[in-house]
Design a binder for this molecule. Structure first.
Ligand code: FAD
Ligand code: NAD
Length: 468
């Protein structure tokens, strides 16, 4: 039987990064993945394929809506070739997942394909897809089994017309009317993809705003921008039934007055969050406990109640984000190597890859108000930037929240072109506990979208933005 210093179950961004870091730190490492490709949700059916489709559909939208104004005439009709678009997406996924396999080989990590389950706290059975089994011994194990789409108790996901994000990434036709339950990240990103490709899109959201965990000003601005793109929204609607009738899907919901509203479409995407995934792990055999909502319970070191078993990523509490899982993978590896790493969860940025993009780090205004923190706000609109006008991406703003007395930056909230990348400046500033004035005094290249960060910081510092 093979023995390892550490075995990792699950090869998503949490698991594979943990494996690389363990190997870098000199541990004999194994990783177990039930699917034939590595990379987990993120690389196979999450971050990467969704961004590939967002990019392709964005190019199409530009071609039909904006090329003419740029002075580019394309003779003949511009058409979507969905099959090619999906094939390109799959090509990107394949190259990326193969890249993870390469990294495993480079770092001499043993990869086992099959379902991992605990025999006891130090032995893991692996059931391979051909039915054969193997057992490995591991001094330490990291559970990195991720999450699966959540649904509502009365919904029957047939995966043809009542679908999750996984199916929405490989549809064979453009829906005529896509009804999306859930105005969170998945609903809005994938909703925008199909809206751009020509579908009618209706988002039915239970709460009174979309992206409800982000700063309310971002929800408002994104909804405004998406309404301009003709996405329809039904907020404060409680979905109570989803029925399929041939090629039709009928969704019934109660609005905030309790009136029944019916939505009829040809596809329904259920995007109401994700649940931690522990099926098949046989956690009982190792004595590992779960907390509420089926997540693996961990302490601050991400250690379970069994001292040599750790858990990271979507399967534990916290934001379900690839970069959060990655940080946790490195953290556990370093703890196992005797180091004292730390993650500041307040500084894990959140991004929505719609266009305009939305990005944030730190506290929202709602959180600061609730905590009774005295703060000041500096906001700068994208449309005041030469760069934004040059590329006709004028929607959005940057908002910086700073402590009223000390000027320390407490939150950075952005919506606009390329803010997914711009948020790194907010993270860096907050990691070094910068004041708004620190950012305001830094030179920002002209013309760039980043100038909006400097201007918002100037506005927060002394209410002296330059270009407005
Ligand atoms: P996962 O990536 O879910 O990986 C877990 C792996 O464990 C899977 O491969 C699974 O097969 C394997 N596994 C499970 N049980 C076993 C077992 N018993 N034995 C062996 N293997 C097992 N996050 C972002 O930060 N940015 C984005 O842009 C983004 N976009 C997303 C878009 C979509 C459509 C979706 C669905 C998610 C997106 N996410 C995004 C979220 C991101 O994918 C997850 O937060 C991330 O993948 C979590 O990583 P993980 O390693 O915890 O788990
Ligand atoms: P989410 O939590 O972002 O959004 C779910 C939405 O559904 C919320 O707005 C919620 O209020 C709503 N909702 C819940 N129950 C409902 C009901 N009964 N009726 C109507 N609306 C209801 O979840 P998601 O969009 O499914 O995404 C799942 C996870 O994947 C998220 O945690 C997210 O972090 C991650 N993800 C991240 C990215 C990114 O980082 N860009 C992209 C996609 C997914």
């Amino acid at each position: 039987m093979s023995s390892y210093d550490v075995a990792i179950i699950g090869s998503g961004p949490g698991g594979y990064v943990a494996a690389i870091r363990c190997a870098q730190l000199g541990m004999k490492t194994a990783i177990i993945e039930k699917y034939s490709t590595l990379g987990g949700t993120c690389l196979n059916v999450g971050c990467i394929p969704s961004k590939a489709l967002l990019d392709s559909s964005h190019h199409y939208e530009d071609a039909i809506k904006h090329f003419e104004e740029h002075g580019i005439d394309i003779p003949g009709e511009i058409k979507v070739n969905l099959e090619q678009m999906i094939a390109r997406k799959q090509g990107v996924v394949d190259v990326t997942t193969k890249g993870v396999q390469f990294l495993m080989d480079k770092n001499k990590i043993d990869v086992f394909e099959g379902v991992g389950s605990f025999k006891d706290s130090t032995n893991i059975n692996i059931k391979k897809n051909d039915g054969s089994t193997a057992t490995i011994e591991a001094k330490n194990t990291i559970i990195a089994t991720g999450s699966k789409p959540a649904t509502l108790p009365f919904i029957k996901l047939d995966k043809e017309r009542v679908i999750t994000s996984t199916e929405a990434l490989k549809l064979k036709e453009i829906p005529k009317h896509l009804i999306i339950i859930g105005g969170g990240v998945i609903g809005l990103e994938l909703g925008q993809v199909y809206k751009r490709l020509g579908a009618e899109v209706t988002v039915v959201e239970y709460l009174d705003r979309i992206i409800p965990t982000m700063d309310a000003s971002l929800s408002k601005e994104l909804m405004k921008a998406m309404k301009k793109q003709k996405v329809k929204f039904a907020l404060s609607h409680k979905v109570k039934s989803v029925e399929r009738n041939g090629d039709e899907v009928i969704i019934k919901a109660d609005d905030k007055k309790g009136q029944e509203v019916t939505f009829t479409g040809d596809y329904c995407l259920v995007a109401v969050g994700r649940n931690a995934y522990t099926d098949g792990l046989n956690l009982e055999a190792a004595g590992v406990q779960l907390e509420e909502r089926g997540r693996v319970a961990v302490n601050e070191q991400l250690q379970t109640n069994v001292s040599n078993i750790y858990a990271i990523g979507d399967v534990i509490k916290g934001a379900m984000l690839a970069h959060k899982a990655e940080e946790e993978g490195s953290l556990v590896a370093e703890i196992l190597a005797g180091q004292k790493p730390h993650i500041d969860y307040n500084l894990i940025p959140g991004v929505v890859y719609t266009w305009p993009e939305v990005a944030a780090v730190g506290k929202t205004e709602e959180q600061l108000k609730e905590a009774g923190v005295e703060y000041k706000t500096g906001q700068f609109p994208m449309r005041a930037l030469g760069r934004a006008r040059a590329s006709m991406d004028v929607d959005g703003f940057v908002k910086i929240l700073a402590d009223k007395k000390t000027d320390e930056v407490l939150g950075v909230h952005m919506i606009g072109a390329r803010v997914a990348d711009l948020i790194a400046e907010g993270v860096t500033a907050m990691e070094f506990r910068a004041s708004a004035e620190d950012i305001a005094r830094m030179s920002h290249a002209h013309p760039t979208y980043a100038e909006a960060v400097k201007e918002a910081a100037l506005a927060a510092t002394e209410d002296r933005a330059l270009h407005i």
